[in-house]
Design a protein around this ligand. Sequence first.
Ligand code: HIF
Length: 290
Amino acid sequence: YLNGDSSPKGPFVPTKADYQKVYDAVARRLADETDYDDGSYGPVLVRLAWHASGTYDKETGTGGSNGATMRFAPESDHGANAGLKTARDFLEPIKAQFPWITYSDLWTLGGACAIQELGGPSIPWRPGREDRDVAACTPDGRLPDAAKDQRHIRDIFSRMGFDDREMVALIGAHALGRCHTDRSGFDGPWNFSPTVFTNEFFRLLAEEKWVQKKWNGPTQFTDKTTGTLMMLPTDMALVKDKGFKKHVERYAKDSDAFFKEFSDVFVKLLELGVPFKTDDRIVFKTSDSE
Ligand code: HIF
C-alpha cells in the first residue's frame, strides 16, 4: 500500500454498530466509576457536552460542538468551564480504545449517553464533528452567567437560536448534578436525586418556597423545607418571568411532555453549527434494555 494506508480498503469508516460500542464503553465506565460526587460522572459529562455546544453564535456560525476547542487554553481556562477537565479526563480511556472517533463526537456522545443512562429520554445522536485547532477557540463570555436574570438567559440562548419554550425545557437538565464551591462558587444539588433524570427541578421550582441562602458565597436560593437544596439566580428567573413560568408549570405537572421536549432541544443543542453529511440519527440502546 504505497500511499501508507494501513488497509487496502482505505480509512476506517465507522458504522452505527461501532458508535453503539462507544456508547456501551461510556455506559460501562459510568457504571464502574461510582466513587465520585453523588456516585456518578454522568452529570459532569452532560455539562461538558453542553459547554462544548453552547458557545454557538448563529450570526457568525462560530462556536458549537464542532471542533472540541475546549481541549485548549484559553477556552479550557474560561471561568465557565471550571471543573470540566474531570469530564474530559473521564473520556480519555474511551478515546484511547476508539481512536477513530473525534473528541467533538465523543464529548457529545458522552452527554447523550449520560442522559440515557441516568434515566432520561433517548437522545438521538449523529456523527460528523471534526476536531479543530486552537485558532477555532471561542472568546470568553459566550456561556451564561448564573448570577444574572431572564434578560441574560434570553440574550445567550437566542444567540444560539432557541425560543422561550426551548430555554425552559433545556434548563430542566439541572435535575442532574450539583454546584461546587471550587468550580462555580455556588454550592449544592437542585434536588434529592441528582443522579436520576426527572422533572423534579420543575416540581420543586414551582412548589417549594425558595429563600435566599445566608452565607458568604454568591447569591443563591435554598428550599425553606429542608435548607439542603439550591437554585441559581438564573433558575429563579424561570418563575419570575411570565413567559418562562407557564412552561415551568407545565413541565412540573407533565413529565412526559418534559422528556419529549427536552430530548428535541438537547439534540438541537448538540448539533449547533455542525456541517453534518447525514440526516440519519442513531438511537442508542441503553445498558438496561434488552
Ligand atoms: Fe448548568 N450549571 N447552567 N446547564 N449544569 C452548573 C452545573 C450543571 C448554568 C450554570 C451552572 C445548563 C444551563 C445553565 C448542567 C447542565 C446544564 C453549575 C455549577 C452552574 C453555575 C457548576 C459547578 O459548580 O460544578 C446556567 C447559568 C445555565 C443557563 C441558565 C443547561 C440547561 C440546564 C444547558 C444544561 O444542560 C449540569 C448537568 C450541571 C451539573 C454538573 C455537575 O458537575 O454535577
